[in-house]
Design a protein around this ligand. Sequence first.
Ligand code: KIV
Ligand code: NA
Length: 270
Amino acid sequence: MRSTVRDVREKAGDEPITMLTAYDAVTAEIVDEQGVDVILVGDSIGNTKLGHESTLPVTVDEMASATAAVSRATEDALVVADMPFLSYGHDEKESIENAGRMLKEAGAHAVKLESGPHTVELTERMSQLGIPVMAHLGLTPQRVNQLGYARQGTTEEAAAEMLDLAVAHEEAGAFSLVLEHVPANVAREVTEAVSMPTIGIGAGPHCDGQVLVVDDAVGLSSWTPSFVEEFGDVREAMADAVDGYREAVETGEFPAGEHSHVEDELDDIY
Ligand code: KIV
Ligand code: NA
């Protein structure tokens, strides 16, 4: 049965919440079958699938298409759609329409916004309208041009600001909070300060849950950040399979008799 934002909130504190990204049907199906609680259709699709160097070029249409594929392929996981760069935050009407597309058209159950002072009111408005919002603090890759990919919340002032923003987003109605690339002690502090579940990536063990980019977790990426653990080597498995195919075709081993069919009735003619 499909998890709800309430299930996710209730699991927090009992057991760690598990979240992985997915961007396509087959991957989402595997992630769902293994019982991961939340699937994030991340705008990391820009890097992982679309060949961009950052998440900035990702469009609302691309996110809607990927989210729809993930929703169709899953039965149990809560599906959260990331709102891409500049699709929210500048204009309330447009922000809500874009987020609404993820629920109405693509079958998501919630959206994620990279949070800041500018998303407090928007989070409140969306929550009031029935669009559950996952907040995101710490390293927010849509601000790469200002922050780079450096760890965030490393000074007393920055940590205090993160804490204030976490509380403000909880009060605005956010149902959970991603903390990315922040010191473990700061993540613990934030986790203790809010009652919504925190989901960490590169944020240590004290969060209520963990998230990774699925390509990183399964060992498909050519490069991974230091906070990633690769739980498989899918890249090597795929490379071996592709190499095996190429070689079999080049040597004439594939296709073999069992892979093809002769139509006996046509035997006289052909
Ligand atoms: O886009 C993404 O994959 C994310 C997660 C890393 C939280 O935002
Ligand atoms: Na993202």
